[in-house]
Design a protein around this ligand. Structure first.
Ligand SMILES: Cc1ncc(COP(=O)(O)O)c(C=O)c1O
Length: 328
């Protein structure tokens, strides 16, 4: 039986849930581990939004409950979170605006194609520094408020306690699926960027007494930044949902060393993992997040952290539009 969240937050349904959980036996054999179960959150079924769809259901729910009429989504030009937020805003009848760093790219590819199709207004800060986005979004929100509008700002990655509730809910969904398979995997591996997905999974695992540890493969932030952020977000999410748990440092496991040349730039290990996942199981991994996460799985098997006789869950968080993008 699926465990219900103790607090029912406002939710605007977008996704096709539950997503499948299935074995990837050829991939498991190829990388030398007993069992890989793939949680197909690339198939959440709304605007190709992957993991972000679960967050947007709660963020849009919160925005609507607060009477918002505009969504301001903050993130890079190839942000999956921004694209999903913009389309979700449209679906909810709100005005979609994005605040992005840099200048408008000459060529609109990947996620930007969908941003355009959604008819969203894209505001570029004109500065290469990502930190230029937050003040620009706040200034825009202030201007809109002064003009009588009611904007709701979705920060980078949708990483707030409200958004991360989507991954506590996903944990309950996964627990039910594992139960029906009689599976008790020792590990769960996920790509970690803004930290919200992993934070929700950590809170969910602690709440449910899950058999697996939650391991985040860092694809953008250094460990020193990610660990306190994960602790804070996981606890805030647990508190918001009144899960009655305390998250400790022992719950927060992140792996550095799979970032490669940098955020949004393909790594050789990631490219190899991408080819392997495609050729063995037809899984399409993206260069920024999921290919590096799979490279992390392979690295953890090779260094003995994940034993050859172990079972694991790999959360496929989506990101497919970036596979076809030249700009990042
Ligand atoms: C495809 C994909 N996978 C993983 C992540 C990482 O999730 P989070 O930002 O919650 O850490 C993101 C978000 O940026 C993403 O777009």
């Amino acid at each position: 039986m699926r465990r219900a969240l103790p607090v029912e937050l406002p939710r605007f349904r977008l996704g096709q849930l539950p997503t499948p959980l299935h074995d990837a036996p050829r991939l498991a054999r190829a990388i030398g581990v007993a069992r890989i179960l793939v949680k197909r959150d690339d198939l959440t079924g709304f605007a190709g939004g992957g993991n972000k769809v679960r967050k947007m259901e709660f963020l849009l729910g919160d925005a609507l409950a607060g009477g918002a009429d505009t969504i301001i989504a903050v993130g890079g030009p190839q942000s999956n979170a921004v694209r999903t937020a913009l389309v979700a805003a449209r679906a909810a009848g709100l005005d979609p605006i994005a605040v992005m760093y840099g200048d408008p790219p000459a060529e609109r590819d990947g996620n930007l194609v969908l941003d355009d199709l959604a008819g969203a207004r894209l505001v570029f800060t004109g500065q290469a520094d990502r930190a230029s986005m937050e003040p620009a979004a706040e200034a825009l929100a202030a201007d809109l408020r002064a003009a009588g509008k009611r904007p709701y700002v979705i920060p980078r990655g949708g990483a707030t306690a409200v958004g991360d509730a989507g991954y506590v809910d996903a944990s309950a969904e996964l627990a039910e699926q594992l139960d029906s398979l009689g599976a008790a995997p020792a590990h769960l591996v996920v790509a970690t960027g803004s930290c919200g997905t992993q934070a929700g999974l950590i809170a969910g695992a602690a709440w449910l007494g899950a058999p697996y540890d939650v391991r985040g493969i860092l694809v953008s932030r250094p460990r020193e930044e990610a660990v306190p952020r994960l602790l804070e977000l996981a606890q805030a999410t647990a508190d918001l949902l009144r899960l009655g748990i305390t998250i400790g440092p022992e719950d927060v496991r992140v792996e550095e060393g799979f970032l490669g040349p940098g955020f949004g730039i393909a790594s050789p290990e990631g490219a190899a993992a991408q080819r392997l996942a495609l050729a063995s199981e037809g899984l399409v991994l993206d260069p920024t997040y999921t290919a590096k996460a799979m490279a992390g799985v392979i690295g953890l098997i090779n260094d003995g952290t994940i034993r050859p006789d172990a079972s694991l869950v790999f959360v496929h968080t989506g990101g497919e539009p970036a596979v076809y993008a030249r700009s990042h």
